[in-house]
Design a protein around this ligand. Structure first.
Ligand code: GDP
Length: 303
């Protein structure tokens, strides 16, 4: 078989290229890292969706021990990437797998964030790792969502449990739990509704799902993954705040990082919440879910 063609490097429009201009290759221009330069760095970081607070922190970290010294653009890029990677390293953690059977994974997030797609991708990865998986289509009010999940289940080779449209998601979750137990499945992934328009309803619905599965396993759900869409930029921060009030979020997946989103919001998320980032979505296909790599991410972000 022919060797796979390597994917072209992603261009996120390198931040620092715009800051200092590209010097001709033979002349390396060095500029002093002073207050003026730091202010411009901060502004550029803000344009990457990092938010004011986190941008200020990254700029301050860059200045520490380096203020007043001269740097080329390439050197500054490396410094910036290093400081961003340092913030991201503690949160780069794949979803933990437990010996517990079934390990219950509740997946939450607003509609359109990529929940269904991410569940399909994760199920496929777990299957490839030799795990048996059951999916429950817990967004029983959206027929299209259930259909989509069935398609993803077929692709991943994983059974998808559904319930009639409009029926109680908690009772589906209970049945799915019973089936996963009976089959000795390693993982049960439960999709949930993402209607933030009626937060009270959603909160009660999620609480009821949790209550019902805890009748079978007091420690479930073992993971509650919040799926966020990178193209919503700073909005992701308020989504984390809202969902943390509704559910006990244990980790994040950020989708759509293959698009134009610069992803700086991930740095803000790490800085503010410190929640593990389990994976990132980099496309619409089943294999387009990557582990989160802080160094690659920081390099891609700084350009
Ligand atoms: P849900 O409503 O949260 O279940 O969202 P879906 O899983 O249906 O995804 C919404 C749309 O986003 C679909 O068109 C997906 O193909 C697309 N999508 C999901 N994840 C990614 C990703 O990582 N990259 C890209 N480019 N598109 C994605």
């Amino acid at each position: 078989t022919p060797a796979p063609t390597p994917a072209p490097p992603r261009d996120r429009g390198g931040l620092l290229g715009r800051l200092t201009g590209r010097a001709a290759p033979e002349t390396v221009v060095r500029r002093t890292l002073d207050d003026d330069m730091l202010e411009r760095i901060e502004e550029l970081l803000i344009t990457s969706d990092m938010g004011v607070e986190t941008a200020a922190r990254v700029a301050a970290n860059m200045a520490e021990g380096r203020f007043g010294r001269k740097f080329s653009t390439e050197e500054l890029k490396a410094v910036m990437a290093g400081e961003i990677a340092r913030i991201m390293e503690p949160v780069a953690k794949p979803m933990p797998l437990y010996a517990k059977r079934p390990q219950v994974v509740l997946v939450v997030g607003v509609n359109g964030s990529g929940k269904t797609t991410t569940i399909g991708k994760l199920a496929s990865q777990f299957r490839a790792a030799g795990k048996s998986v059951v999916i429950a289509a817990g967004d029983t009010f959206r027929a299209a969502a259930v259909e989509q999940l069935q398609i993803w289940g077929d692709r991943a080779g994983v059974p998808v449990m559904t319930a009639p449209e409009g029926s109680d998601p908690a009772s589906l979750a209970f049945d799915a739990m019973a089936r996963a137990e009976a089959e000795g499945a390693d993982l049960l992934m439960i999709d949930t509704a993402g209607r933030l328009q009626n937060r009270q309803d959603l909160m009660e619905e999620l609480a009821k799902i949790v209550r019902v599965i805890r009748k079978k396993d007091p420690e479930a759900p073992h993971n509650t993954i919040l799926v966020l869409d990178a193209t919503t930029g700073q909005n992701a921060l308020s989504q984390v705040e809202i969902f943390r009030k509704i559910a006990d979020v244990t980790g994040l997946v950020m989708t759509k990082l293959d698009g134009t989103a610069k992803g700086g919001v991930l740095v803000a998320l790490a800085d503010r919440f410190g929640l593990p980032i389990h994976a990132i979505g980099v496309g619409e296909q089943i294999d387009d879910l990557s582990p989160f790599d802080p160094e690659d991410f920081a390099k891609a972000l700084t350009g």
